[in-house]
Write a protein that binds this ligand. Sequence first.
Ligand code: ADP
Length: 527
Amino acid sequence: MLGARATLCLLLGIAAVIGGGGVMLSRREEQVRHERDREPLMRCASVFQEELDRLGVLYESHLRVVALNASTEVFVIRSEAQRVAGIVQVSVLDPTSGDAARSRGGGPGTERGAEGLHVTVGANPGVRIPMPVFSPPRPWTVRTPLILDAAELLGSGARSGWRTEPAWPLVYWQAVSPRELVVMLLDRAVLETVVTDHLRGMSEAFHVLHWENGAERLRSRSGAEVFSNGAVPGFAPDLVLPLRSRFGDWDLLAWDPRTTRVVYRTGVLVGAGVAAVLVAGLGLILYVQGRRARVLASQRVSFVNRVSHELRTPLTNILLNLDLAADAQEVEEEARPLALVREEVRRLARLIENVLTFSERERRGLRARPGACCPASVVAAVVEQFAAGFERRGMRVETEGLVTDSLLIDGDALAQILANLLSNAEKYAPGGPVQIAMQWDGARLWVRVRDHGPGIPRAAWERVFEPFERLSDHVRDGVTGTGLGLCIARDIARAMGGALRVISSEGGAVFELELPACAVPGMLSVA
Ligand code: ADP
């Protein structure tokens, strides 16, 4: 059982855990978005868009130069084309007949035929590069045809233009003369890489963002990063500004700054608070009740103690006078009632002595007061107290090996232990002999008290020493008791540095008392 203070501490601890747990459970962190000024982002996007437009115009002018030069020689076509990034093939077609345009020169990477002159650029011309033609494909055409409609291209009076179809390379065409139309196929990936590198060099354009809180990123649709600023979060951007060009698409992504705000869920907080207060309140109530019960118990003990004290003095006087009266009786028949009264008064005195010892034990613990004492004399005195009672119950005491040396031992304590053991033998084993055997080895004294009653079952060997423990508590058994005798006997033995235990026997109960006992220095053995 926990004491009142321990219970209070435990419940206060539980209340604190509930309270703390409630605070933790109700706590929630919220991200708060602070929308930033969009203006710098827009300006930055327009700077890049203008640059992309400028690059588009510039690139187209380079392509025009290549196309105009393409009408001369094949090697000139190739060397011109190699100076402009992204060109993978230059074809010279005749829009009037669908046949090849005039051809001058040839060599590897050059195809000449009815479809036109096709010059691939670069060391490893891709096999997937299509072949621009005006006429419908012929069955033996090896490469995939990219069919162009001359009327559609030139019909509006245009001299140059673009064809952008996702499945094909980028196409730029330029009419050089009525019978020569140059078609250039451009590698989108190369163009995107070149432009991305170019944009990376424009670091000053990013400064319009003023590096506000938050994060920005500029990257191509295919994932090539141009720049990023701030810790780019893993979630979707708050603003996407698309940048378009012939070379590909880029996105300026922006994230607004965020701060973390802690909020508490009031429901959980209030619930946990109420539970914590209830548990703490319960602890306080139990503590107050426990204190009250303790005060009440100690008042009872002190009352019993005081009453016992009050009874002890008159009982001692009664015993003294009874002894005197018994001695004065000459006729044995007349002395018998007196002996009976003396026996009952002694029993009462023993009971009061046990109660006082128990309250002493509760208050400050028992302490032995060793002195010179002859164990044999103590046994004789205690046995003498029980003589009349034993005789009436047909019991006799047999002693063996009584130690007659003077030992350093608390004689009163030894007498109280023996009296309690003999009192039990008288109550629980009437009609049989009681043996008291003693042994001393110079340092320790053993006293065994054996009776021939019902004995104590092994399972109860320890329990019988607990305070107020009785194996049978029915008043109608005829054997009454307080359940204190053995408890006090063991506590006294322990206070003397010894032990009291039940030991196994074939019939009846055997108690073994073991005490430290050395010889009193300078005393001679009497026996
Ligand atoms: P009390 O005798 O007042 O009941 P004790 O502490 O002396 O209390 O004994 C505790 C219990 O142990 C007794 O109630 C009894 O049941 C058992 N007991 C003690 N001594 C003996 C014995 N010699 N023989 C059988 N039972 C015993």
